[in-house]
Structure formats: C-alpha cells, structure tokens
Design a protein around this ligand. Structure first.
Ligand code: Z5A
Length: 213
C-alpha cells in the first residue's frame, strides 16, 4: 500500500499555512484516508533537521552569508533531497499521507521565473532532489500580487520576500504557467479562509488520485 502526497503551492502570503492547519483537522476524518494511515504535515524549506538549518541560512542569513542565486538553487535542492529521502518516501512507503507546504514547483517559480536561472538546469536538479517523486495532488492557491502584499504589510520580510514587486510578479506568472502545465488544482485564494477551505475540500473529494485503490 502506498500513501498519498499532497502539496500546497503559491506566492508569499497566499494562505498555505492557514489552509494546512485546516486540512490537518479535516483530512484524518474526511473518509479519504484509509483506516490507520497517519497524516504528516511538513514544509519546504525546513522539513528535516538539515532542512531547518538550511531554511535559516536561506531566509535569515547574516548579510555576509547571503547565498548567490546559484548557491540558493542548490540549497533548496539539498533541502528537498533530504526531505524526500528521510521524511516523505518513508512515510508514503508505510501507507501514510504527507501534506507539504511547498515542493519542487516553488523552485521553478522562484529560482526559475523569479531569479531567471536556467530552466533545464532546474529540471535536472529536480530529478535528483525528488528521485522522481511527483505529488498526487498539488493545490495552487491563486492570489493577486496586491492581495499578497496587503496581507503581509505588517509583517517583517524574509530575504526572499524583500525582493519586491517585480520579482513577485515573475514568480506569480511562473506559478500560473506551472499550474496549467502540470495539472495543478487552482483554488481562488482571495475568498475567506473558510471558503478557501471549502473549495479545497470539494477539490480533494472529487480528485481521482485520492480515490481508494
Ligand atoms: N522558496 C524558494 O524560493 N524556492 C523553493 O524551492 C522553496 C521556497 C521551497 C519559504 O517561505 C520561502 O522560500 C518563500 C519561497 C521560497 N518565499 N518567501 N518568502 P515560506 O513558505 O515559509 O513563506 P511563504 O510562502 O512566504 O509563507 P507565508 O508568507 O507564511 O504565507 P502563507 O503560508 O502562504 O500564508 P499564511 O501564513 O497562511 O497567511 C498569510 C497572512 O494572510 C496571515 O496573516 C493570514 O492570517 C492571512 N490570511 C490567510 N488566508 C487568508 C484569507 N483567505 N483571507 C484573508 N487573510 C488570509
């Protein structure tokens, strides 16, 4: 029996953390998960002890330690390789379900479209880091740039958020294109948290990849 791998993607502040918490309450009793399966909540970067150290260096480095774009790409790939090998694949092998806040789509959007790094290179690294693992369902929380910035107005920015509006606009375009290419489920994320949760529930209940096999 193999478990299921679900991912939430989208631009900064689109509501992934909020929805992950709501899914953590609903999914185990939703009737979708088989009896005895555990739901593992995780995120990238930072889903393993190594990943947590990388997350700190990626998002809050001292000025002199800020990675260049190429080093940043490799650090996200290292975080993912460790996450896949040490946490996600073992859980799926036991028949458990894994719900991750971000996965490899974020690298294509942020380092590819945002930073302008070579897409073929990113795809080659994706193959190494994911070992071929593809999410069963990716939920793309679709939020406008304006709403994203308004939601984060009062919050201290991390290193990536501090890149500004033009960077975020390229990332948002990247996510839109990826969602179409990879068959992600688009969720209108400007609705209230409760309405977004309802939309996600409907999408998961009707998703062929989550039917009992
Ligand atoms: N990154 C990368 O560059 N490459 C990669 O490969 C990967 C990641 C994997 C990770 O940070 C950073 O790393 C991220 C991408 C980059 N860039 N940045 N920054 P993260 O994932 O921890 O940070 P984030 O994506 O920016 O998360 P976030 O800002 O915490 O946003 P969120 O989790 O999507 O949203 P939230 O925390 O649930 O909500 C944000 C605020 O909006 C909060 O005040 C909520 O109360 C509010 N909210 C949430 N939902 C709603 C609705 N529906 N209506 C109104 N208000 C809402």
């Amino acid at each position: 029996m193999k478990g299921r791998f679900l991912v939430l993607e989208g631009i900064d502040g689109c509501g992934k953390t909020t929805q992950l918490r709501q899914l953590a309450e609903w999914l185990p009793d939703s009737g979708l998960m088989p009896e005895g399966a555990t739901l593992h909540l995780t995120r990238e970067p930072g889903g393993t002890p190594l990943g947590r150290a990388l997350r700190e260096l990626l998002l809050h480095p001292p000025d002199e330690a800020a990675p260049c774009p190429e080093a940043e790409l490799l650090m996200y790939a290292a975080d993912r390789a460790q996450h896949v090998q040490r946490r996600i694949l073992p859980a799926l092998a036991c028949g458990d379900w894994v719900l991750s806040d971000r996965f490899s789509g974020s690298t294509l959007a942020y380092q590819g479209d945002g930073r302008g790094l070579d897409r073929a290179l990113i795809l080659a690294l994706e193959r190494i880091a994911t070992a071929g693992l593809v999410p069963d369902v990716t939920l793309w929380l679709d939020l406008s740039l304006e709403a994203s910035m308004a939601r984060r107005e009062e919050r201290a920015e991390d290193r990536i958020e501090a890149e500004g509006q033009a960077f975020l606009a390229r990332v948002a375009d990247g996510f839109r294109q990826l969602a179409a290419e990879r068959g992600w489920v688009g969720i209108p994320a400007a609705l209230s948290p409760k309405e977004v949760h309802q939309a996600i529930r409907l999408a998961l209940e009707g998703h062929a990849a989550l039917r009992r096999r």
